[in-house]
Design a protein around this ligand. Structure first.
Ligand SMILES: NC(=O)c1ccc[n+]([C@@H]2O[C@H](COP(=O)([O-])OP(=O)(O)OC[C@H]3O[C@@H](n4cnc5c(N)ncnc54)[C@H](OP(=O)(O)O)[C@@H]3O)[C@@H](O)[C@H]2O)c1
Length: 257
């Protein structure tokens, strides 16, 4: 199959490209690096022509309205112009509809837009990927103090495992209209203090001192309520956070600028 991968240069997109290649499919990456800009529509018509499916991984956490919401609108308009609209597979986030976090609101809006489209579209929600969970835990650490915002936790997933699922969906049966799969998550639920402990041990440091701070405001309250941890039907699998961490350098990249 010929599969378009938006955000093919990103963490998830690059794993999707590798998986498609390993399974013998023709993968077509699309992002600004390949001359396709979802925020303007430049290059979209050319890259969409003739594809059988789209795995939509492009995102911009700092400008989700321009890229995720309006950009998906541009992508869908282009797909609708094709003689037979290809199956669009969209990766979203577990619990995005249960938090006022602006990025999550944008993800929810994209899901709703796809539901209204009427063409073949599948939403696959996943939990935080291992590198992101590690980066958030690092952000919440100052020296050996690890701050835990209320009961915040993660159930992080292996990026390659999620990529494999997206490829299964994109190369499988095409739905008649909109559908959503079972949510995807990694095998373990970890409180942020536990993540901090694992990171410090990995770095050869002593145990952190976990300081619990109350969640202030709707966004932090929603994460303290663990909206990002699946509560209903969920498919778990892939490498655990501990197994992923073993493959990482002692000093992990940080989200702190
Ligand atoms: N990271 C997580 O923990 C996690 C968990 C669950 C779900 N997800 C979802 O998975 C998807 C991929 O996330 P990720 O972590 O792989 O993101 P990422 O590493 O930040 O990659 C984002 C991609 O989007 C592309 N992009 C940005 N602006 C663009 C634009 N204007 N036009 C076209 N492409 C653009 C970037 O490439 P260029 O710079 O070349 O444009 C890059 O390839 C997102 O939808 C995210 O919400 C992520």
């Amino acid at each position: 199959m010929r599969v378009l991968v938006t955000g093919g240069s990103g963490s998830l997109g690059s794993e999707v490209l590798a998986e498609l290649g390993a399974r013998g499919h023709e993968a077509r990456p699309a992002s600004r690096r390949t001359g396709v800009d979802l925020s303007t529509g430049v290059g979209l018509a050319e890259v969409v022509a003739g594809v059988d499916a789209v795995i939509h991984c492009a995102t911009a956490t700092q400008s989700p309205r321009r890229v995720d919401v309006d950009g998906t609108g541009r992508l869908v308009a282009e797909l609708a112009r094709q003689p037979s609209p290809p199956h669009l597979v969209y990766v979203s986030i577990v619990g995005c509809d249960r938090s006022p976090f602006p990025y999550y609101r944008a993800k929810t809006e994209v899901e709703q837009r796809l539901a209204r489209w009427g063409g073949p579209a599948t939403v696959v929600r996943a939990t935080q990927f291992h590198p992101f969970a590690a980066a958030v835990a690092q952000l919440l650490m100052v020296g050996r103090v690890a701050f835990s915002i209320g009961d915040m936790a993660v159930q992080p997933a292996d990026t390659a495992w999620v990529a494999g699922h997206l490829v299964d969906v994109a190369t499988g049966p095409v739905p008649r209209g909109f559908t959503r799969t079972t949510d995807l998550a990694g095998p373990d639920v970890l409180a942020m203090g536990e993540v901090a402990m694992m990171l410090r041990q990995h770095a050869g440091q002593g145990s952190p001192r976990v300081v619990r701070v109350p969640p202030v405001g709707g966004v932090l309250r929603s994460f303290s309520d663990r909206v990002n941890v699946p509560s209903g039907d969920v498919e778990t699998g892939g490498r655990s956070f501990a197994a992923w961490l073993e493959t990482q350098p002692q000093r992990l990249p940080s989200l702190r600028r």
